[in-house]
Design a protein around this ligand. Structure first.
Ligand code: S3P
Length: 441
């Protein structure tokens, strides 16, 4: 099978109920925490994508057994810091920043050196954001200029820290929380708001972790070395995967969609808040709470009248993986949209901010950029007729999927390379598009 696709036709007029990929953040966290629990945890509806399968491979290499039976993953933990390795090993985190950064927090007592490597994209990402706090705990970490490969050697002399997490990165916050689990005493984190699945999961396990919420900062305190029992978890759908279909429906004519059973944690729904401010009518129905997480079905319909929006930067972290899609809606909106402080987007699987702006320009949209602040001049009449080739984007899954949504919403003749990029987070993405009537060759 060739590794590129062609899309030459828009889609409209679909009405469909779908389920999207399971939540990647919760899938990875639940596996890692199951590896630290006492007993056999049972994870259902786990995302079976490369990032998550690499997480399973990683715990296996660290001596944790798991098996899959009737769709459920059974993971056998022996409690905190009970990985069993007898020599230096190498763990490959593939494309996953979340796996690499969170796992480091669990390797902090390893008696043997562990070498962490990743693919081309992950090897271009800066790890100083986790190396710095881990060193304060007393962990021995070596790397060349803060990039992979990293070598970590644990210590029995971990000391609790008090840390200001200023980026608003859930990966950094979670790495510190994981290290705190293995550290005697109380670790304090003043964390700029970001997704809080790690905290929710630990609280659902009655772990002694307290969160004091203020406007912009969560003050988190974790009491280390408390064992927790194995657990059951049914992973809900991922809002970051749902967002592709939310935006496709908004931009297509005469269409409606329900996306069932999606995690709508407050720290994740910036995309819904922003798009509704731009004139869409996304509604959350059948709401429920599961282990502290909010879950709902998402109802969306085509939106004829979209308007520009000045996006306040406090929403950035809750929509961090969805900006590429929000930009497509801004491209179609009447008026100018502004976004501030989006530098973090360039630190993802690819330099996403640079790439997205390049594609918007190729699509015929006027864009202005001052440092990390951008202005998108929308055009409600946008129709693309030219040939566009999307390539050399470090196989960033979200860039591939954004390009598909742009092609199906605005027309033009698109060739999009590296279809296997979707295996990272959403292996059946193209199948859903086809079920809506999209012609993809
Ligand atoms: C994630 C956190 C975000 C996000 C990533 C997944 C997580 O990264 O972009 O896709 O599961 O913790 P940062 O924490 O670096 O912003």
């Amino acid at each position: 099978m060739s590794n590129h696709i062609f899309i030459n036709e828009k889609i409209n007029n679909f009405k469909k109920k779908i389920k999207v990929a399971s939540d990647k953040s919760i899938s990875i966290r639940s596996i890692l925490l199951a590896s630290q629990a006492v007993g056999t945890s049972k994870l259902s509806n786990l995302l079976e994508s490369e990032d998550v399968l690499n997480t399973l491979k990683a715990i296996k290499k660290l001596g944790i057994n798991y098996k899959k039976k009737n769709g459920v993953y059974f993971i056998e933990g022996f409690g905190l810091n009970n990985f069993s390795i007898k020599k230096k090993i190498t763990i490959n985190a593939g494309n996953s920043g979340t796996l690499a950064r969170l796992l480091l927090g669990l390797l902090v007592k390893s008696k043997f050196r562990i070498r962490l490597i990743g693919d081309k994209s992950l090897s271009k990402r800066d790890f100083s954001r986790v190396i710095k706090p881990l060193r304060l705990f007393g962990v021995n970490i070596q790397s060349k200029k803060n990039f992979l490969p990293i070598e970590i050697l644990g210590t029995n002399y971990l000391r609790p820290i008090s840390y200001n997490e200023k980026i608003g990165s859930a990966q950094v916050k979670s790495c510190i929380i994981f290290c705190a689990l293995n550290t005697p005493g109380i670790t304090l984190i003043n964390a700029k708001k970001s997704r809080n699945h790690t905290e929710q999961l630990l609280r659902s396990l009655n772990y002694p972790l307290k969160v004091n919420k203020t406007n912009n900062i969560d003050k988190i305190s974790i009491s280390g070395l408390s064992q927790f029992k194995s657990f059951k978890y049914i992973i809900p759908g991922d809002i970051s995967s749902a967002a592709f279909f939310i935006v496709l429906t908004i931009l297509s004519k005469k269409s409606k969609m329900i996306i069932e059973n999606v995690n709508i944690n407050k720290t994740r729904i910036g995309v819904i808040k922003i798009l509704n401010k731009m004139g869409s009518a996304i509604r959350l129905i059948n709401k429920k709470i599961y282990k502290g997480e909010n879950i709902a079905d998402i109802f969306i319909k085509s939106s004829g009248k979209l308007r520009g929006f000045n996006c306040p930067s406090y929403l950035n972290s809750s929509a961090i993986d969805e900006f590429l899609l929000i930009f497509l809606v801004a491209a179609k909106a009447k008026g100018v949209s502004t976004f501030k402080n989006l530098g973090e987007l360039n630190k993802k699987e690819s330099p996403r901010l640079d790439l997205a702006l390049k594609f918007l320009k190729i699509m015929g949209i006027k864009v202005k950029r001052k440092k990390d602040n951008i202005k998108i001049f929308g055009n409600p009449k946008l129709e693309i007729t030219k040939n566009i080739h999307v390539e050399k984007y470090l196989k960033d899954h979200r860039v591939f999927m954004m390009a598909c949504i742009a092609a199906l919403s605005f027309g033009g003749n698109w060739k999009i390379s590296d279809r296997d990029s979707i295996n990272t987070s959403f292996p059946f993405f193209l199948d859903i598009l086809k079920s809506l009537g999209a012609k993809i060759n």
